[in-house]
Design a protein around this ligand. Structure first.
Ligand code: 0WD
Length: 256
């Protein structure tokens, strides 16, 4: 396909082959996008280099970026400006909380853990949007990943659910800020997928089983289905949609 031909897109958050961001990267590559990646830590860099080689994605830009550091984010977009000049899309697929706070009672969340979850999982999108804006001179699309735990009290999701609520609210405010520049900002609310981040949530495997049993489609969602929605949003098919949260979860969220 060529739905993303001549589009320069930044993918943030590939940690390994199970990462949702990697599924999105593969799809975007097949649709002709010019890709850049930010990674966090040496382990992610190694995985990413290997994956890129296997997939035959070359001429990419790889940038180290810890989203808790303003200077890392600024540096990433400086690099992008040099390499691409114009940017058409950003996929933000980053979240983190302390493992011990993804279980038990939410009231046990520490101040530090609360701040960390907000910083990495929600504020990072705000900083990314601010830095992306000057490069999105031809309009653009910013897409982030969220989860139903923002709307409902999902067992064990706790502090991350609160961070995702902030992320989704940020999507709406950013959509207003950036709308005049023809930049859309949306989130995809993905059903549970077995990844590194998911393993941090206590009882995740059980959650997958329950999901299979009760979701309207009686199955879990595939990473490729998340990637297809990200593709739609970043291509010319998705223009006119902004501030939206699209559930890609086999219908699970409609259940009472
Ligand atoms: O079921 C799932 N897997 C769902 C995931 C359902 C619904 C939503 N999501 C969301 C996650 O909350 C996240 O926002 O999708 C996004 C991607 O998550 P993923 O693909 O499930 O998980 P993973 O492959 O672990 O990617 C998240 C990555 C980090 O991985 P680790 O596991 O090392 O925390 O976010 C990155 C890192 O690569 N990350 C950071 N990047 C920059 N700076 C930082 C940081 N400080 N911290 C974590």
């Amino acid at each position: 396909g060529n739905l993303l031909k001549d589009k320069n897109i930044l993918i943030m958050g590939v940690a390994n082959k199970w990462s949702i961001a990697w599924g999105i990267a593969q799809k975007f590559h097949k649709e002709g996008a010019n890709l850049a990646f930010t990674y966090y830590g040496d382990k992610s860099k190694e995985s990413l280099l290997k994956l890129l080689e296997e997939e035959g994605i070359d001429n990419h830009l790889l940038i180290s970026c810890d989203v808790t550091k303003d200077e890392d984010i600024e540096n990433a977009f400086l690099n992008l400006k040099e390499k691409f000049g114009v940017l058409h899309g950003v996929v933000h697929s980053i979240a983190h909380a302390k493992k011990e706070e993804l279980q038990g009672n939410y009231y046990n969340t520490s101040r530090e853990g609360y701040h960390m979850a907000q910083d990495i999982s929600a504020y990072s999108l705000v900083a990314v949007a601010r830095n992306a804006k000057p490069l999105m001179t031809e309009g653009g699309s910013i897409v982030t990943l969220t989860y139903l735990g923002s709307e409902r009290a999902v067992k064990n999701y706790n502090v991350m659910g609160v961070a995702k609520a902030a992320l989704e609210a940020s999507v709406r405010y950013l959509a207003v800020d950036l709308g005049p520049e023809n930049i859309t900002v949306n989130s995809i609310s993905a059903g549970p997928i077995k990844t590194l981040a998911a393993k941090g949530v206590k009882g995740f495997n059980q959650m997958l089983k329950e999901f299979e049993n009760v979701s309207p489609m009686k199955r879990t969602v595939k990473t490729e289905e998340i990637a297809n929605t990200a593709l739609f949003l970043c291509s010319d098919l998705g223009t006119g949609i902004t501030g939206e949260n699209i559930h890609v979860d086999c219908g699970y969220h409609i259940l009472g």
